[in-house]
Design a protein around this ligand. Structure first.
Ligand SMILES: Nc1ncnc2c1ncn2[C@@H]1O[C@H](COP(=O)(O)OP(=O)(O)OP(=O)(O)O)[C@@H](O)[C@H]1O
Ligand SMILES: [Mg+2]
Length: 792
């Protein structure tokens, strides 16, 4: 601060000549005492001389701050007369002095250059007028502004400056005092110094002060803002801290803290991968900072619950006792040796090499042949947990991989959910119906499944919800499907396909007696001695109440019978109840399926074909008829493109060979032909009905009947060659179910019979053919009397 002091009234200056001390960066005002540091040798000499003498000198600002040795022209014309009040020298030859401003001066003439400047001066006396109310008002206004500036600025010492200021009565002095205390540039200060009219000076200072006030206000606003930003976080922290201590004081344990601690423990004990651990800890940290009422709290909590409850490390120990496993498998299922062997093989390898990856098996077969139940049995044999998920109709990738956590109500996909349900990371995981998986805009579930089933990828399966990878390589995946064709090829490629084609009659009988019946007896709360069901009764169920490749309906019908018996028992009737092929209708009602064999081929133009369907094999009756017309061919029964082409080829062949077959060569000129395959509601396709179609046509046109117990399959060429076809096993089983005696097969299909059980092969007669002539020779027998034909 610069002080205000009293100013001598009379100054005695001889010749009005005084030494002039040039100042670099300060303007000294009358009435203000300021400290000044002097370093330049000329200036030091000046100060030395002056302090010995009358102590008076002129303080004048130099125009350029950098000027080392300012000449006359480098100095302002106006300055201040000052008295050196105090001085002391430092050993470095620098001098400190305290100078008191006395009067404004004007330099009239420079009179000396060396050793320091001396000039002749004129003092500018301040006009002394009584203050008018206006001046008084301006002074008060200035004072008011100054007070504000003082309170805002950390640089101006508050109380003192303001008190000093209100004690100044002259407007000019007040202006000088305030200016001396404002952070103005030296030019601005010089400007004020050169303003001699006190009122004008007062106004100028007011403007400067106003500007300064604005800056100060802004400064303090900025400071407030930064302060308040910091403050909010700090405040919250302190409040929490207080809350905690209040709780402690009250003896309440902090539930939140307990929860966090508990979770932390669970995370550490879960055995999760380092990646997962990192993520879990990060989320836990976030949870710790959230109040339990926050919506996000719940989301994070659920996520952490999932993370800790997935079985990262937990697994069951495999039962590696092969004999024991074989026993379990045989306990649950009859036959199915191929599949059982494969499982035992896996166990054997596993026994030798601990880290064997689970094979990915795919059971293919018609409904009810035991695919699902075999999976359960495998789990039991291995001592693993079993989980099942149906893929039928899944269109959304998220069902497999889950939704990202950003979705409201997001959860992991079915794979991770299944694993958690199992509680171990090596269950037998059955994915039913891979052949019925869909694709649409919600993503491709098959490709997500690929990641699950590919042994190269599934050790780091990433569920969208978990967001960290999980090792699925220890899981034993088994998929099931009814047909191979619709399984995405990339998926099929990763799997080992095992076929379960369905059972012939004898096997069904065994399964029913040994497995289905005992199980149903138990399930219906009966005892074995309560009833007797003869083999002939079960055979009748198989033949006449069901028509299927599997045994599901057989089991259902048996359950039907047992329920009725259970009802009777409950009524108090005593057993044992006897069920045989005679009284079975009283339990199950009239038979549901007749053997159509007898009636069907009683007319020419009907041949028995064999078809393959996802439900197993089927027998098909192919009917041909003719009517007067002209070269028309009608095909009905929902025949696919390939099947229609087969029909046309068959017709062309017959027409070309008409003469040799002893058929009227012009039959097509006079007749329309209609070929129909009954069960019109079922779509049919494929080339394998070609042989049967040609046979039915020849039968129709020659009037020869087709042998009723012969069925046939095979593709034909225009020249009458018979080509091999697929699905032989299923077709043969279907023929055996339908009590066919002889099957005509393409020669090239002979090798396919190897897959059939021996007793089936013995039961049926197989005829292998190369061309249609051979087919006709075997299939057609008696001729109808020509008159009969004409009557039609
Ligand atoms: N070889 C068998 N031995 C004993 N029981 C069997 C055998 N094959 C099937 N079963 C029984 O038949 C029933 C139906 O089998 P399951 O449900 O496994 O059929 P699936 O092949 O999975 O059929 P879908 O394709 O319709 O799912 C089950 O109760 C099963 O135990
Ligand atoms: Mg199933």
């Amino acid at each position: 601060m610069f002080e205000q002091g009293t100013v001598d009234v009379e100054l005695n200056i001889p010749n009005k000549e005084i030494p002039i001390l040039p100042l670099r960066d300060i303007v000294v005002f009358p009435g203000i005492t300021v400290p000044i540091t002097v370093g330049r040798p000329t200036s030091v000499k000046l100060v030395d001389d002056v302090s010995i003498g009358d102590k008076l000198c002129g303080l004048v600002l130099q125009k350029k701050k950098t000027e080392e040795d300012p000449q006359y022209e480098n100095l302002y014309k106006f300055g201040t007369l000052a008295r050196i009040v105090k001085m002391f020298k430092l050993p470095t030859n620098t001098v400190y002095l305290l100078a008191q401003g006395l009067e404004r001066i004007e330099i009239e003439k420079f009179v000396q250059k060396e050793p320091y400047i001396k000039a002749q001066i004129k003092t500018i006396k301040e006009e002394q007028k009584p203050n008018t109310p206006e001046i008084e008002a301006r002074m008060r206004n200035l004072l008011h502004q100054f007070q504000k500036a003082v309170s805002l600025s950390p640089k101006i010492p508050e109380e003192e400056s303001y008190i000093t200021a209100i004690n100044i009565k002259e407007p000019g002095r007040l202006a000088d005092f305030i200016v001396a205390n404002l952070p103005l540039t030296t030019q601005e200060q010089q400007d004020i110094l050169e303003t001699f009219d006190p009122i004008e000076r007062l106004n100028k200072v007011s403007v400067f002060l106003n500007k300064e006030l604005e800056v100060l206000k802004l400064q303090s606003k900025i400071q407030e803002e930064t302060k308040s930003k910091l403050g909010k976080a700090q405040r919250e922290y302190f409040l929490r801290q207080q809350l905690e201590s209040i709780r402690k004081e009250l003896g309440e344990e902090d539930e939140h803290a307990i929860e966090i601690k508990e979770l932390k423990k669970q995370i550490e004990e879960s055995g999760m991968t380092p990646d997962a651990m990192k993520e879990a800890k990060r989320e836990l940290d976030r949870l710790d900072k959230l109040p339990p009422q926050a919506a996000e709290y719940h989301v994070i909590r659920t996520y952490l619950d999932w993370l800790v409850s997935v079985p990262w490390k937990k697994s069951t120990k495999d039962n590696l006792d092969i004999e024991q496993a074989a026993k379990v498998l045989n306990e649950d299922h009859y036959d199915l040796d191929k599949v059982k062997d494969r499982i035992l093989e896996f166990l054997a390898v596993r026994k030798l090499k601990k880290d064997t990856k689970g094979p990915i098996l795919c059971f293919i077969g018609p409904p009810g042949v035991g695919k699902t139940s075999l999976g359960q049995s495998i789990a039991r044999a291995l001592g693993r947990k079993f989980i099942r998920m149906s893929l039928g109709g899944i269109r959304d990738e998220a069902e497999i991989r889950g939704h990202r956590r950003t979705y409201i109500g997001a959860l992991p996909g079915n794979i991770i959910q299944g694993i958690r349900r199992a509680g171990t990371n090596n269950p037998v995981f059955m994915l039913d119906e891979v052949d019925k998986i869909g694709i649409d805009f919600r993503g491709d579930p098959a490709s997500a499944l690929l990641e699950v089933l590919d042994p190269e990828q599934n050790h780091s399966f990433s569920d969208h919800y978990l967001d960290v990878s999980f090792d699925l390589s220890k899981v034993m995946f088994i998929t099931t499907a009814n047909i191979l064709d619709t399984i995405p090829p990339a998926l099929l490629d990763r799997m080992e396909v095992l076929e379960l084609p369905g059972y012939p009659q004898e096997e069904k009988l065994m399964i029913a007696q040994k497995f289905l019946l005992p199980r149903q007896i138990k399930e219906n709360g009966l005892r074995a001695e309560d009833l007797e069901i003869t083999d002939s009764a079960i055979s009748k169920i198989i033949r006449e109440y069901t028509r299927e490749a599997g045994v599901r309906n057989v089991e259902r019908e048996i359950a039907n019978i047992l329920r009725k018996i259970a009802k009777e028992t409950a009524k108090g009737k005593k057993g044992p109840f006897k069920v045989n092929d005679k009284n079975i209708a009283s339990y199950l009602g009239p038979v549901k399926f007749f053997s159509e064999m007898a009636e069907r081929t009683s007319e020419p133009g009907v041949a028995t074909g064999l078809a393959w369907t996802p439900q197993g094999g089927e027998i098909l009756f192919i009917e041909a008829n003719k009517m007067s017309g002209k070269k028309g061919l009608t095909l009905t029964g929902q025949l696919g493109q390939t099947m229609q082409e087969s029909a046309k080829a068959a017709l062309s062949y017959v027409r070309s060979k008409a003469k040799r077959l002893k058929i009227d060569e012009n039959f097509f000129e006079k007749n329309d032909i209609h070929i129909h395959v009954p069960q019109g509601a079922v779509p049919k396709d494929g080339p394998s009905a070609g042989v049967a179609m040609a046979t039915s046509l020849v039968s129709l046109l020659t009037g020869k009947l087709v042998k009723y117990d012969v069925a046939m399959t095979g593709e034909i060429t225009l020249k009458g060659k018979v080509l091999p076809v697929g699905g032989i096993k299923e077709k043969v089983l279907a023929a055996s179910r339908a009590q066919i005696k002889e099957i005509i097969l393409p020669e090239k299909n002979e090798k396919d019979l190897e897959e059939l059980p021996n007793h089936i092969r013995k039961q049926l007669k197989f005829t292998f053919v190369k061309n249609l002539d051979e087919v006709l020779a075997h299939a057609l027998n008696r001729t109808r009397k020509p008159e009969n034909r004409k009557q039609k």
